[in-house]
Design a protein around this ligand. Structure first.
Ligand code: DGY
Length: 329
């Protein structure tokens, strides 16, 4: 029987599905260190990960490994050059999380714009004595301009929701989306600089790559409106968190909503000291239904990639399909 590692705690019924096909080594404890991950992959044919870094050293120490299935749409934890060199397939879980993640982007953006977390903390601290005309004044969403940086599937789902708020949608992306999508979303393609200058609410929905490291730093924050908000539901590292703290402190922008952080789960401690930022622990896709769909899709990818189940040999979401059928190197 082929052996697999499930590197993280996931829904037990998904483990039961995997056990129908494989001998499963399931890590139900803390996140595995690189050393422990390497050790446990040494005799495995496949793995299911969720953000665990997999690079050349791990692959070299796992000569039987043919597939690593990531339970996430983002796969910046995979060194794809190393996967390709070793003929190891990587898979991810796109689409099933689009709507939940877009909903959450709105939740964070609204919480930042309307100072929901900040005012709630103040209320809980027993500081509310009377209603005042200027208590926690925020910025409007209705009728404002939404700037979407990264117009992939999640960016489009997010932009689609802007109609109900009568917002003008501007976006920037590596490449322009199809004219029919622009028309449907009523979205206008602009340069990154234009987007930063014009948007009342900027939302980041782009993948993390070396090129996207600190896409939003001090210079970009300085271009934004002092009344603007910034929301990051993409990946830590896209924003320079230290520069963001400074911008929030000095009023370069009004507020921010962050679900992802540089070096998470260890945050820049200064973030905890600024009131005008809403912080959540990487939960944009965290609804019961969506996380189940992600776990099942990650299992489908693994089962099919290892030649089992109804889609044997045809995993639904290959990242590097060119290695399918090639001998492990
Ligand atoms: C994703 O799917 O990439 C989410 O951020 C969860 O990691």
């Amino acid at each position: 029987m082929q052996k697999i590692l499930v590197a993280r705690p996931i829904f037990p019924d998904v483990i039961e599905r995997l056990k129908q096909y494989f001998d499963v080594d399931w890590n139900q404890g803390e996140v595995l260190s690189a050393q422990e991950l390497t050790r446990r992959l040494a005799d495995k044919d496949g793995a299911l990960t969720a953000g665990d870094p997999v690079g050349p050293a791990v692959l070299a120490a796992a000569p039987r490994l043919r597939v690593v299935s990531n339970m996430a749409v983002g796969y910046n934890n995979f060194d794809m050059a190393a996967f390709n060199a070793a003929n190891v397939l990587g898979t991810n879980t796109p689409d099933v999380l689009n709507e939940s993640t877009a909903d959450f982007g709105w939740a964070l953006m609204m919480a930042a714009a309307r100072r929901i977390a900040e005012s709630e903390h103040w209320l809980r601290a027993g500081q509310w004595r009377k209603w005042t005309y200027d208590g926690f004044l925020g910025t409007d969403l209705y009728g404002s301009t939404l700037g979407v940086l990264g117009m992939g599937r999640i960016g489009q789902a997010l932009a689609r929701r802007a109609k109900g708020f009568n917002m003008q949608v501007i976006y920037h992306n590596r490449s322009r989306v199809a004219p029919e999508i622009e028309a449907e979303l009523n979205a206008q393609y602009v340069s990154k600089q234009d987007l930063l200058r014009r948007a009342d609410h900027v939302v980041l929905v782009l993948p993390y790559t070396k090129e996207n490291h600190h896409t939003i730093g001090a210079a970009e924050l300085a271009q934004m409106k002092p009344t603007a908000t910034l929301t990051n539901i993409a990946r830590g590292g896209i924003v320079d968190d230290a520069a963001l703290v400074e911008a929030l402190r000095t009023g370069k922008i009004a507020a921010a909503g962050l679900d992802v952080f540089e070096g998470e789960p260890n945050l820049n401690p200064a973030l905890l000291t600024v009131p005008n930022v809403v912080l959540t622990p990487h939960i944009a896709s965290a609804t019961e239904a969506t996380r189940r769909a992600m776990a099942n899709l990650a299992a489908d990818n693994l089962i099919a990639a290892l030649g089992k189940g109804p889609r044997a040999g045809r995993p639904p979401n290959p990242i590097n399909p060119e290695v399918i059928g090639k001998a492990r190197s």
